[in-house]
Structures are given as C-alpha cells and as structure tokens.
Design a protein around this ligand. Structure first.
Ligand code: Q9C
Ligand code: ZN
Length: 345
C-alpha cells in the first residue's frame, strides 16, 4: 500500500513534557516517524508520496474555529509573554468552575482553557507540523476515495486525544476524525473509526458521539488505570441519534494478545455488522510490551495478526498513525500491521 509522509513533522520537537513529576524530553519525538518511514522503505511496503496541501475547511468540519486559530498563534503569544520556552499550562478548567467560561484574554489562560494535560508542548514549529499531519491524513483520504484499497497516512503529531475544542495527550488536531469526516463529505454514507492505540481515543469519541453516520470503536487501557482517565468506559455507547454507534473495549493493565484478540474480535464483529463504506484505523503501537509509558504486552508477531483481522472486514481502509513510544520497535510493529493487512508476513 501507499504511504503518505512529509518531513514537516520534525517541526514538532518539544523540549519537555511533565510526566511522573519530572520534566523529561518528550516521548512523542521526531525519531518516531523517521523510524517508521525508514522501515516502510526497507520492507518495500509500497510507494511513499508527499501530501497535497489542503485549506482548513475539512479541519473546521470537526474542530472549533477558536481552537484552530489558538493553535496557529499560541506560540507567538507565549513567546511575547514569557520568552522561548515550550508553552505548557499549569491550571485546568475542572469541576466547580463555570460550565462554559469565556475564553481568557491572556495566553496562560488560553492554554488552560484548551489543553487537557501538561504533556503536550506548543513550540515554534507546532502549527507547521500539525498542518502537515492533517495534509497527510487528507491525502490518504484522497487516495482511498480515488479507489486505492488501503493507504497509510504517517501522521505526526498524533491526533486521537484532540476533540472538537481541546488538545492534549501529544495531539493537537484529530487527524483520524478529520479524515473520517472528509470521507463522509466526499460521499461515503457510513464510516467506521477503529482505534487500536493503547490510550482511549477520547477526542474521536467526543467528536462523533451523537452521530450514527460515523461508528467509533476504541480498544484501550481501562480509564480507571490510564490516561485520559475520565472517558473510555464500556457503558459509553453514544447519545441521541448516535446511541449504539460508539463502543469502548477497555482492557486492564498487563493485557497480552489473548485478551487483546478477544476485544478485537468483538470490535470487528460490530464493525462488520455496521458495514461501513470505509474504515479509518487510528493506528497506535503503544500496546507493545516494551512501550515505556504503557502497560499492555503485545509482541512483534501479534501485529501481523492485528492487520490480518482488520483486513477481514474487506473494506477500503485508511491507516492513520497515532501513538507508540518504544521507538526502536516502532517501525517493525507498524509495518507488521500493514503487511498483515496485505496478507504478507
Ligand atoms: N502515565 C498517544 O499515544 N501522558 N498519546 C501519559 C503516562 C499522556 C499518549 C502519562 C499520554 C498520551 C497519542
Ligand atoms: Zn497512545
């Protein structure tokens, strides 16, 4: 299959994230995408194409204009206020505050308004990288809409934690959600998003929660144990018209392939029953046993099987890259899924 990729992602290169009480170099680093594109080339998965440049209309179809313009200007506002340091919030809009507060006038307040964590630094190049990732996703849509059976959008930074009006979890704009909506706008009647990242795809869930035209399914670590903690439980099944069109399959820490396969089998059943015109896969590889921030135990070979099972739906499929932080293994695991999908081991 074809891979869509651009070096633009390198402009998202934060100095720090706040994790476990320490300011550490971000786990979400440029080398992640580099190692994946290297492996794609080494294994001759297929041609690698540069993305087209799109305007922001497809972004505004899923994201609040305020969030999008904030992401474009936040760095400049921050530097003006504080100098050249990564922009991170330290206060949040939580219980006990106004339900719908006005947007603060100052940059610190804006960060607190839009961010969900202190692990997602806004830097000088963030917008450039984020825009590149969206272009990569939308170019994948164009390929699959144009008749390719499958494509791989090697997006970085990732997207599935970003919602209609919030960002965080290393994500700024939701590449997979933008892609899913773009498929609809190009004429697909039903779209399914299958999220296999270790973390719950809270942004994707929020964006499509009351819609029946986009089925969303996420397999992830139990939110009682893992980020993002406050969404992703099994009893969240959609709302209004969307009732029955969202599925969460949380698994406990330590899950190996046996447990994972059960969940994926359940997901694939729901997906086949829905019979979408196209599938978007939020492809996170942080389920790997050596992932430094995650606690599932998948092995290299399990990713072939994952790809084969997804191919079992026999639908046009766009893979959108998400998380995965065991960087040395990331190329192998990613390409294993894609090769498995193509019936090659
Ligand atoms: N205990 C993605 O995989 N911080 N985002 C977790 C670890 C946030 C991961 C702290 C992790 C977000 C796309
Ligand atoms: Zn993740």
């Amino acid at each position: 299959m074809r891979t869509v990729y651009t070096d633009e992602h390198r402009h998202q290169d934060g100095k720090f994230e706040l994790i476990e009480g320490k300011f550490l170099p971000p786990f979400e680093m440029p080398r992640r995408a580099q190692i994946v594109i290297d492996r794609v080339r080494a294994k001759k998965l297929g041609p690698v194409t540069a993305p087209d440049s799109f305007d922001l209309e497809p972004v505004h179809r899923v994201h609040d204009k305020g969030l999008v313009s904030f992401l474009q200007t936040a760095w400049d506002e921050w530097v003006q206020a504080h100098g050249c340091y990564d922009a991170l919030p330290i206060t949040w809009h939580t219980r006990g505050f106004r339900k719908k507060p006005p947007l603060p006038e100052v940059i610190d307040g804006k960060l607190s308004y839009y961010a969900i964590d202190a692990g997602t630094p806004i830097t000088a190049g963030t917008w450039r990288a984020v825009k590149g990732a969206v272009d990569v996703a939308l170019t994948g849509v164009k390929l699959v809409n144009g008749g390719e059976k499958a494509a791989f959008s090697l997006c970085r930074p990732p997207g599935h934690h970003a919602g209609s009006d919030f960002y965080g979890g290393y994500c700024f704009l939701n590449n997979a959600a933008i892609a899913a909506q773009a498929f609809r706008d190009l004429g697909a009647k039903r779209v399914a998003v299958l999220d296999v990242d270790y973390h719950h795809g809270n942004g994707t869930q929020e964006i499509f929660y009351n819609r029946a035209d986009i089925l969303t399914i996420s397999i992830h670590a139990d939110p009682l144990q893992e980020f993002p903690y406050f969404l992703g439980f099994a009893d969240e099944t959609g709302k209004g018209k969307g009732e029955g069109y969202h599925k969460n399959l949380p698994l406990r820490w330590g899950a190996k392939w046996d447990k994972y396969e059960e969940a994926l089998t359940t997901a694939m059943k729901a997906l086949k029953k829905y019979s979408p015109d196209v599938i978007v896969v939020s492809l996170g590889l942080d389920t790997f046993k050596e992932d430094p921030i995650s606690k599932f135990k998948l092995e290299h070979e399990d990713y072939f099987r994952m790809g084969e099972m997804i191919a079992g739906a026999r639908k046009p499929t766009l893979f959108v890259f998400e998380g995965g932080y065991a960087v040395d293994a990331l190329g192998i695991n990613t390409v294993n899924v894609l090769s498995g999908f193509e019936g090659k081991r």
